[in-house]
Design a protein around this ligand. Structure first.
Ligand code: ATP
Length: 289
């Protein structure tokens, strides 16, 4: 038996790192949004007795280090089932090391797909519990939509959705960000008022001007990546309503209310940055196709 799932990317409309906790984790406050840029995951049951992974995207491990394999083991463990044969094929479109949660979304899709394949009838809450054990962004990727996420990422609250806009996403090839280094630099930033609080208010009042003006990311501020600044300049030059880096980078996104201008922006970026995508916000997370 086989099941195919779509695993969407996310962007962070705002991301405030509130501080480091005594246990070493960082408290975040962020508004996340899923977009229609997808990896495709295919799960196939077999009688090998093992979890195997295939993926043709450079830099993605095809062994137990893959988030999808981790998710499958967590699923068996949670359901108290013996590990049985399943092959996970990942067709990647979401760039890696981009802050777009590609890996987390793949992992979320595996949990949803395993529940389907093994007919375990887990509730959404139970699947979120497994997701939390796989990674901080996994529960959000499972639910998707527009959510305020706080704590170390796992506490989610639905907020009014962002819709009627076009989103251009661009990932420069030359930069890869180490998450540890990113957090170190963020820790050295001066304190400032929380942009995410403002973003949530703007979403409730559906104030597009303020939403776009409130796009903010502490990692962007701390890392000051030249390519990110260059891409933002091009996006804003194409009349984006607002632009910013996603997660710990290095992908950059821009919001447009005109489809024509968004398409022009993709054209303006594509030659220098082949990993440029035209997307729309979506209301869901991982789902069986
Ligand atoms: P996030 O927004 O969650 O920080 P990201 O966009 O920065 O995500 P990922 O795409 O999740 O980064 O990948 C980070 C690294 O994780 C990759 O370079 C790769 O080595 C490893 N990895 C493990 N499993 C996967 C997977 N299924 N897809 C992508 N990367 C994976």
């Amino acid at each position: 038996m086989e099941v195919k799932l779509k695993a969407p990317a996310k962007i962070n409309l705002s991301l405030d790192v509130l501080g480091k906790r005594p246990d070493g984790y960082h408290e975040l406050s962020t508004v996340m949004q899923t977009v229609d840029l997808y990896d495709e995951i295919t799960l196939t049951q077999n009688d090998s007795g093992a979890v195997t992974v295939s993926c043709d995207y450079e830099g993605v491990p095809c062994d137990d280090r893959n988030i999808c394999a981790k998710a499958a083991y967590r699923f068996f463990d949670y359901c108290r089932l013996p590990v049985s044969g399943v092959h996970i094929d990942i067709q990647k479109t979401i760039p890696t090391q981009a802050g777009l949660a590609g890996g987390s979304s793949d992992g979320a899709a595996v949990i949803v797909g395993m529940n389907y394949l093994f007919n375990t009838k887990l509730s959404p809450k139970e699947m979120l519990d497994i997701g939390e054990r796989v990674g901080a962004d996994v529960p959000f990727c499972m639910e998707g939509g527009t959510k305020l996420c706080t704590g170390i990422g796992g506490t989610m609250k639905k907020v009014p959705s962002l819709h009627g806009v076009q989103i251009v996403i661009c990932k420069p090839d030359t930069v890869s960000v180490s998450t540890a280094e990113a957090y170190q630099k963020v820790d050295a930033l001066a304190k400032h008022p929380c942009y995410t609080d403002e973003m949530v208010k703007a979403l409730y009042t559906r104030d597009m001007f303020t939403i776009c003006a409130t796009i903010f990311n502490d990692f962007e501020l701390a890392l000051q990546i030249p390519e990110v600044n260059e891409i933002k300049k091009i996006m804003l030059g194409c009349k984006a309503r607002g632009a910013g880096m996603s997660g710990s980078g290095s992908a950059v996104f821009a919001i447009f209310t005109s489809e024509r201008k968004a398409k022009q922006c993709v054209e303006a970026l594509k030659a220098d940055y082949p990993k440029t995508f035209l997307c729309k916000p979506i209301k869901n997370g991982c789902a069986v196709e």
